[in-house]
Ligand binder design. Sequence first.
Ligand code: NDP
Length: 328
Amino acid sequence: MFKGVLIDKQDGNYSATISDIDEAMLPEGDVTIDVHYSSINYKDALAITGQSPVVRRFPMVPGIDLVGTVSSTTHGDYQTGDQVILNGWGVGEKHWGGLAQKARVNGDWLVRLPKSLQPKEAMAIGTAGYTAMLCILALERNGITPDKGDILVTGASGGVGSVTIAILAKLGYSVIALSGKAEAESAFLTELGAAEIIPSEELAQPGKPLAKERWIGVVDVVGSHVLANACASTHYGGVVTACGLAGGMDFPATVAPFILRGVSLVGIDSVMCPKEIRQQAWDRLEQDLDLSKLSHIAEEVGLSEVIETADNLLARKIRGRRIVDVNR
Ligand code: NDP
């Protein structure tokens, strides 16, 4: 038996409980992992609370992230004792995920733990940090270098936002942080490297098709009016990366920024992202994230605190990231 969060739906009743789970219930897969840490991302909070139909199969162990040690394997690339990371690929949605002491997965989904990272650091980064790096790689691929202008980061005090700011600042970009907690979290955001902090209300209402040009690049986790206004204020030739929907799935915009200012909108998906790009993102995280910042960004909780933490995350009461020690 092992401990884990188990989500179930019976007779229409959705439940998430800390349970003792029989090892015989582990799903199919060619690598079995002793999980050390998982984390709580926005999607995990939706899954645990049942606020959105994230879970596609019941019962389900949530947790889109895990880091652990291979305990048995028939996959050619891995051996018992290897330390591995998993982000996405539908774990915690369609396949049992990381919020448990054991996981069994397809070895093709795994990335080796980078040598310079401790397991706990890898989960402080987690899907949020890996997605932050995917957004930054997209900015770079599209020619947005630090000398070109400011970068707007939305949902700045959250998981993706906070790691994005830390990486961009280390790379020499000037970051404008947009936050609903602009005042309360100003010390935190400045410590991460934000040069300017603006309140979310500035971009939260319906805006004009084109507005004053303010930034050359955007990392957006909010969607809806914030994304539309972020595009409308992007400099000629700028690049907007869209990865989230914390404020809404809609995109109430016009084509004006794209056809009159040559702005590009780049979609970012971490779940099905090909393995080479994942590896590149993790290599760059190892190189370009100041690990000392992680102690500001991430706090640890035990498995028994996961359900309460998920509620708090959706209530916007959490700053940065939550790592989960699944063994306590
Ligand atoms: P968090 O909850 O940690 O952070 C989201 C932040 O967005 C909050 O801290 C808050 O920041 C802001 N926010 C929350 N709700 C609202 C709202 N209603 N309106 C405006 N702003 C809001 O989540 P994550 O960082 O883990 O994820 C952020 C988004 O990115 C989610 O939508 C998630 O699903 C998505 N995501 C997508 C991925 C992909 O592959 N495309 C991968 C990872 C995440 P503040 O208070 O500072 O404004």
